[in-house]
Write a protein that binds this ligand. Structure first.
Ligand SMILES: [Zn+2]
Length: 244
């Protein structure tokens, strides 16, 4: 059994947080153990202690190195924006951006709440998903949020509808560049044709220190074996990486 998973089992099962005690139980030097546990999500290590925060949180996170966060709040069915979570995962892996992918259906209920667990609504600001967005901004220097959603394909709709709260959430010049680059890559793009953005942009983006856009991707970009949804988001991220 690998040492890493054995150590986490011991931490969760017996609540041991002292690195020295753990290292004795596992028969490995403390420095070695700290090194092995350093990259484990949900564990923080320091001053000879391990603090576990391995819990179900209603999202999975991809740790990045770039100041861009991809959010997919509606990735979980029923009522999912199908494949938006997987698109966020791909682009985060490829580009080094952060990603937060919701694992709770927007049709389920928040604990103690009568309202649906829709992370893109005002009443969901105090959920772990939304608090994590704030933490990533404050502690990991996120400067741009790309909020991913899905819309039904329709002859009168573009393939991608870009929203920025009427220009409040992101600088116009940057949004124009994003739209231009998507068009150069062959996508049919609209700006706020129907969708201008939700509470994630409203609450976390001020349009200066932290900017953000919403991308509504049509069904046709989000089908099994399709790559164009991934390409579209990658083009947006590459444009941002050249500008931020
Ligand atoms: Zn959505």
């Amino acid at each position: 059994m690998p040492l890493r998973s054995r150590a986490v089992e011991l931490i969760l099962r017996e609540g041991i947080s002292d690195v020295r005690e753990l290292s004795e139980r596992l028969d490995v030097p403390p420095e070695e153990l700290e090194r092995i546990l350093a990259g484990v999500p949900g564990l923080s290590i320091g001053d000879g202690e391990v603090r576990p925060e391995v819990r179900l949180r209603g999202y999975v996170e991809v740790r990045g190195t770039r100041p861009i966060l991809l959010t997919a709040p509606h990735a979980q069915g029923p009522g999912a924006d199908v494949f938006t979570g997987e698109i966020a995962w791909w682009v985060a892996q490829i580009s080094g951006c952060y990603a937060l992918i919701g694992t709770v259906s927007r049709k389920s209920r928040l604990p103690g709440e009568d309202r649906p667990a829709d992370y893109n609504r005002e009443w969901a600001r105090d959920t772990p998903f939304r608090r994590r967005i704030s933490e990533l901004i404050e502690e990991h220097g996120i400067r741009f949020i790309v909020d991913l959603h899905g819309m039904e394909s329709d002859p009168v709709r573009p393939e991608i509808d870009v929203g920025a709260l009427g220009g409040e959430a992101a600088q116009g010049e940057l949004v124009s560049k994003i739209v231009e680059r998507l068009e150069e890559c062959g996508f049919d793009v609209g700006f706020e044709q129907e969708f201008c953005g939700g509470d994630i942009l409203e609450y976390h983006c001020d349009g200066e220190r932290v900017q953000g856009i919403q991308l509504e991707l049509s069904d046709e970009l989000r089908e099994l074996d399709e790559y164009r949804g991934i390409l579209a988001v990658l083009v947006v991220v590459n444009t941002l990486l050249g500008e931020l």
